[in-house]
Write a protein that binds this ligand. Sequence first.
Ligand SMILES: Cc1ncc(COP(=O)(O)O)c(C=O)c1O
Length: 416
Amino acid sequence: MPGPGMEWIGEEEKKAVLEVVESGYLGRYGPEDDPKFLAKVYQLEQEFARRCGVRHAVAVNSGTSALLAALAALGVGPGDEVIVPGYTFIASMSAVVFSRAVPVLAEVDKTLNLDPRDVESKVTSRTKAILAVHMLGNPARLEELKAIADRHGLLLVEDCCQAAGATYRGKPVGSFGAVGCFSFNIYKTITAGDGGMMVTDDEETYRRAFAFHDQGHSPHRKGVEVGRRPFIGLDFRMTELTAAVALAQLAKMDRIVARLRETKRALKSALAGLPGVEFREITDPDGEIATLLTIFLPDEASARAVAADLGTKVVADSGWHVYSNMEHILEKRTATPQGCPFNCSSHPTSVKYRKGMLPQTDALLSRAINLSVGVSDPGLGSAFGVTIHSDRGEVERVAARMREVVTRVVGGGRDC
Ligand SMILES: Cc1ncc(COP(=O)(O)O)c(C=O)c1O
């Protein structure tokens, strides 16, 4: 069970893939007048945009590609700074670097998403965008971040890769910012093995993202030339096979999220009131997708002891998601020796990175443990933590073990 969607792969996905194979059209373009052409990529884009409550979507081959297309579409580039959280998957930063802009790292708060106060303090004359990541399925403080973006004339980019299906105050994530980016890799709410989606309500942003994802072309379905190309693009196209699986999964998304929420609710209530345990702050309990329950222990020592006893890690030790473990970012290790964008005439004031530069983030993550309701990582590289399969018996077993371990380590009487 790498991610929730994987658990639901079944007959529907198999049938959809077979239909595409039999259609003879494996790529996204085909003749509209051939009934055999199923236009799955196009259908997925339409359906995904509709579910996000926006007008446009561009299907791509990964969440990273969605971020790259988004930043290119918004004109983020050399000389620009993008504020990103210190707790996120590396792609939120690498997409900025490959746009030749500079990521500026900001603190997370008890939501484990961007801390708006720290974001505002990091705005400079070079800041172009705030990249809000909805980590572990929990929407960031979107209202505050949008207000900061508006106050300073910045773009809000939503990295929704870990939060497909989430809403904030009743509105789907991805519809608050200038763009929203999603991933369909195997750890996500819905999966097609890999794949991604960029959504936007803005026509021009859509046209630019489409051009970027396919050699500068205009949005169209037939693969023929339509008009002039606005700029040089690349190839991040999604295949019909991927879209077939993603569409079948999308039809299951509400059921997937409902089951995650039910499991998490049961786990949370089984652990409620346990001395020494504080839950991660959830910005909108009705809107999160409930893939994980993150708990804070009173201090690093007790968190490490509890984690060791449970056979997991504290979140600070997650190799993939914590800035202080991203040696290639800290050392600004780029593929070419020139070091662009860090060492670049369009960005002369070099941004500095070092371990310990985000003390609030470090302190929170060092006493945090994830209990995984719907995402697991057998190698533990991501510190997804203790895995709970979605039947009720397992929730009770894990909760009982947690109570026993926490009470022994923390001593039963302390509160956070
Ligand atoms: C927050 C976040 N952003 C971006 C990505 C990149 O998505 P992909 O792996 O599909 O490129 C991921 C994937 O794990 C992610 O978790």
